[in-house]
Design a protein around this ligand. Sequence first.
Ligand code: HEM
Length: 426
Amino acid sequence: MNTPVPPSSGTPGAAPSASAPPSTSGAPDGAAPRDFPIRRGCPFAAPAEYDALRTDDPVARVTLPTRREAWVVSRYNDVRELLSDPRVSADIRRPNFPALGEGEQEVGARLRPFIRTDAPEHTRYRRMLLPEFTVRRVRAMRPVVQARVDELVDDMLAAQEPVNFVSVYANAVSTSVICELLGIPRENLEFFRDVTRISGSRHSTAEQVSEALGGLFGLIAGLVAKRQEEPGDDLISTLVADHLNTGEVTLNELLSTIGITINAGRETSTNMIALSTLLLLDRPDLKEELRADPSLMPAAVDEFLRVLSIADSIPLRVAAEDIELSGRKIPADDGVIGLLAGANHDPEQFDHPEQVDFHRPENHHVAFGYGVHQCIGQHLARLELEIALETLIRRVPTLRLAVDREQVAFKHDSATFGLEELMVTW
Ligand code: HEM
């Protein structure tokens, strides 16, 4: 997930730069820190190296692509402890903040998306959004989401085969749902994809990220102005009426909040829909299980979220004080990443974590993070995934790959793991 924010005038705090010196703490026992991120071998599992980390080096020193150093935490209990510890900060302005791309670090430190801030600032934004994402509100969206998904299946079936499933279905579903929620015209689909691709890539420069986000914020600013004149029953109208018109937030703050919601909700859901579908194509037994008993779908979605853990290294933090996890000290001011795929594949917490099992008695995964920054959109994400996958299995039972399995390309260098492209036919 990337962190869009609108242009802002002030730049409080010291923003790190490409030339920031690495933190001075060394790797345990003098070993050289390993490079991070670590690539997945199997797309449906955590990198195999995480098993060794959990066993031998549960709080491991790593070198990031920015050449800064940080710690990665891989055990389930440690990840939860880390993400709920009030001595741990999510403030991107801190010099050792462990961003994985220079673009995100520079732009984020200057513009401050609320996902990368601490209380009380973070709490203010979160409170503003939370009422719009309750289970009740999301449940009320079910008929609209189902109708949009049915239309998108109609469009796909009417198209010339083969089609790229990622753009024609996964991205179209996630973008349509966000557009529906916010009251954004659907013709902006392509535009959103480009913004997310550029701002979510670890290879993008600060200039490229700024430019992509500038375009996004221009578009949102236009919508906000429209809703000020003609309010509707969408999220932008509610935020304008309840928070902008009352003077509680500035226009820039509102644009930032809406921008985060769009980007956070699009890329993640797109990747989850596409990757879960590929998993079902690889495993006809699982698909058959869901076809025979669609009531398993909610449990299946949570199991896909756990197994796939696409937002593995999204929770980036800095220790504001010395903290200790699994008997190892993380000194104050060091960057630390809670590995969600590490936690979700911890055999101490999940029996046979590599197995996809729709009947797990308890599935308290951390695919949506944990603690004060836990995903605001999780109920909506679950609803989208349930409807997108159930409708596909029911209406396109013959869906299959249009290329050799080895040709399927994965996104290894993006903020969240996913598929570049998935050519399918039926
Ligand atoms: C399958 C889909 C999704 C996954 C796996 C996911 C994952 C996550 C994770 C791991 C975090 C925590 C980041 C941290 O601790 O630093 C997060 C935060 C967030 N997510 Fe999601 N997300 C998904 C879908 C969505 C959707 C659909 C929306 C909104 C429409 C959304 C909006 C947000 C926002 C606004 C935050 C920031 C919360 C805060 O900082 O308080 N996400 N998400």
